[in-house]
Design a protein. Structure first.
Length: 332
């Protein structure tokens, strides 16, 4: 009983004992992230000002780790997350286990361990020390993946049918982050029950999404459809450069057709060097664009061209920002 008391503290927010020693066991990133986030959230119920420190156990020096695990002069609340503990060396393991058996006041220690590695014996020691274990192992069995999808959908307030769960797994695959995102989006976009028809309706045309689909919806000012097409294009691996080129081509085509003062599409096609069908489409699209908005849209696609060729730190963000900017400029 005395040892257990070393790893709990009274939580003033709930009047219950707060667990202060945690072991997140496994290497499934989504489950690890969720476990750590949950621990931090709960710990901050007791002290919203608690400081969070995250370090890789194998990358921090012995003196640095000792300082992090030592008692604070003023007993400030701290949440120390030691990631990749399986990589820790002998000295680091000794420091972690020593602290785990007698945590300083106000410290919540979270040890993230993949389960194997050179310090796998640490897992059993932490269990014996009274750590609360959070399972985060990879999910590979079909039945477990189905359980995960079912739990995600139900957690979002939906009641999926058994065949809908199977259909979603067939459409998305086994990556937990993609499955989680698909479940959230499916619930948000679907009114009524989650059945096979809903899954197929949401995923229809996914394999055919191209940069031109995204661009066409963006220049039409259809925000929801443009973002949905962009999401699928990104997941399918459509290169950022192709997405940027398609958006630029759509905007430039509308600008050229708008500047031509209308007329017969076949005559314009010859003048502009475009096929007649493309001119017809651009004429229809140009009705929602002012000259000023087109000028600004041309600047947007020019910046995007530079971004996807090395100027941007995050190409996904750069493309999405440009698509949204074009959508907002439509009919402005």
């Amino acid at each position: 009983m005395a040892r257990a008391a070393q790893h709990t503290a009274q939580d003033p927010a709930s009047g219950t004992e707060q667990q202060r020693l945690h072991l997140v066991l496994g290497d499934e990133e989504l489950l690890v992230d969720r476990a750590v986030e949950g621990i931090v959230t709960h710990a901050r119920l007791a002290d919203p000002a608690a400081d969070v420190q995250k370090v890789r156990a194998g990358a921090v020096s012995g003196p640095e780790l000792a300082e992090m695990l030592s008692p604070s002069l003023f007993a400030e609340a701290r949440i120390l997350v030691l990631e990749a503990a399986q990589e820790a060396g002998k000295d680091a393991v000794a420091l972690i286990l020593s602290a785990a058996t007698d945590l300083p006041e106000g410290v919540v220690l979270v040890v993230v361990h993949a389960g194997g590695g050179r310090s796998k014996a640490m897992v059993d020691t932490l269990r014996k020390a009274g750590a609360q274990v959070h399972a985060a192992a990879k999910i590979t069995r079909a039945a477990e993946l189905a359980d995960f999808v079912r739990a995600e959908l139900r957690g979002a307030g939906a009641k999926p049918t058994a065949d809908a769960v199977t259909a979603l797994l067939e459409a998305v695959g086994s990556d937990l982050r993609e499955l989680s995102a698909a479940c959230s989006q499916l619930v948000a976009d679907t009114a009524g029950p989650i059945d096979v028809a809903a899954v197929h309706r949401y995923h229809r045309g996914r394999a055919e999404v191209t940069g031109f689909d995204v661009a066409e919806k963006a220049v039409a000012g259809n925000r929801a459809a443009a973002l949905e097409s962009l999401r699928w294009a990104t997941q399918l691996g459509v290169p950022h450069v192709l997405l940027a080129d398609a958006l630029a081509d759509a905007v430039r085509t509308i600008a050229r057709v708008s500047a031509s003062a209308g007329g017969d599409p076949f005559r314009l096609a010859g003048q502009l060097g475009m096929p007649p069908w493309k001119v017809k489409k651009a004429v229809a699209q140009s009705r929602g664009w002012s000259a000023q908005a087109l000028g600004e849209a041309l600047q947007v696609v020019a910046r995007l061209n530079a971004d996807v060729k090395g100027a941007a730190a995050d190409n996904d963000y750069a493309v999405e920002r440009a698509v949204l900017a074009v959508v907002e400029l439509h009919r402005r």
